[in-house]
Design a binder for this molecule. Structure first.
Ligand SMILES: [Zn+2]
Ligand SMILES: [Zn+2]
Length: 329
């Protein structure tokens, strides 16, 4: 049986991340870090049908991973998978901090009450009935229906409302259709960040997404075994970051153990820990200010060359500005 698994990287970098992973029967989007419109545009360019997506999975709540999430999920009417802490952090982020006073709030409630009453009164005025019991019962029912109709409209206005939310836990696998998903914890300064390994139902093909991590801890090393297509972070060149435009505090954050992987750290992983089995290694989340694609590529290719026998590994660069061609197995 020919099984097809596919990864289409729509965008990768600190200005937005989003990737489609597809198995024979299931298609998911990992992160939605561009506007809904731009994500739709890129899916069209890459030949991915948005209507065929089954779910959206979120690695963590940073803006470059969730910018278009709510609009896209509502448009496609598909569930969003988060860890519970990530979902909570995202909701907090999406809910504008309310600074109104109690008096203002009371005023608003009163105003809404009056509007409702006015609507019911208008309906009653339009009714030519004699105001007998039956017709007032009808009016009450109509008012109740109005209230029900008003409720979904209200939840639509809630920026954090989603068609459906599913929770997963890092370290515990789950399935979406015929796609097996194994989330793993990553060291990064977010509420509950994770990466993913995706496996076809036959367990013959495996793809991984591992970006936004300060270093490669043992659990990530273990997760990245037997991977056929690996999207791996190669965020910055150490020299460029040190000499670059970022303020010291931001440099410290990027360099920290909950920041991002440098070209050097990625090369070190590839040279010393990686099992060499991938058909494709895609370097991603490259910093535009503190990296150059050719430096990232050079470091990774050198690391692989040192391993001698790994010539079968193709190294690609994910891009920020436009999608990569789908990578098919
Ligand atoms: Zn990121
Ligand atoms: Zn991040």
């Amino acid at each position: 049986m020919v099984e097809i698994m596919r990864m289409t990287i729509l965008a990768s970098g600190s200005k937005g991340n989003s990737t489609v992973v597809a198995s024979a029967e299931t298609r998911v989007l990992i992160d939605a870090g561009l506007s809904c419109r731009e994500l739709m545009r890129r899916m069209a360019i890459a030949g991915e049908d948005p209507a065929a997506l089954d779910a959206i999975l979120i690695t963590h709540e940073h803006q470059d991973h969730v910018a278009g999430l709510s609009v896209l999920a509502r448009k496609l009417h598909i569930p969003v998978y988060f860890t519970e802490p990530t979902h909570r952090a995202w909701v907090r982020q999406m809910t504008p901090r309310s600074t109104i006073t109690y008096a203002k709030w009371l005023e608003r409630v009163q105003q809404e009450k009056e509007e409702r009453a006015a609507r019911v009164a208008a309906e009653m005025a339009g009714d030519d009935g004699s105001g007998d019991l039956d017709s007032s019962a009808l009016q009450l029912a109509a008012a109740a229906e109005d209230a029900e109709e008003a409720a979904p409209a209200k939840s639509k206005a809630d920026p954090a409302s989603l068609p459906a939310v599913e929770y997963f836990q890092p370290g515990t696998g789950f399935s979406i259709g015929d796609l097996l998903v194994m989330p793993f914890t990553t060291p990064h300064d977010a509420a509950d960040p994770c990466g993913f390994v995706f496996e076809s139902a036959s367990e013959r093909q495996r793809m991984a997404i591992a970006t936004d991590l300060g270093y490669v801890p043992p659990n990530v090393k273990a997760a990245l075994k037997r991977i056929d297509v690996m999207l791996l972070e190669s965020n910055h060149d150490l020299e460029m970051l040190k000499d670059g435009p970022y303020p010291w505090s931001v440099k410290q954050r990027v360099l920290s153990r909950v920041g991002h992987l440098s070209n050097h750290a990625t090369a070190e992983f590839l040279a010393n820990e990686y099992d060499g089995g991938a058909e494709y290694i895609v370097l991603g989340h490259l910093s535009e200010a503190n990296n150059a694609p050719e430096l990232a590529l050079l470091a990774a290719e050198e690391a692989i060359r040192e391993r001698g026998g790994l010539l079968g590994n193709r190294v690609l660069l994910a891009r920020q500005a436009d999608p990569l061609d789908p990578i098919c197995l």
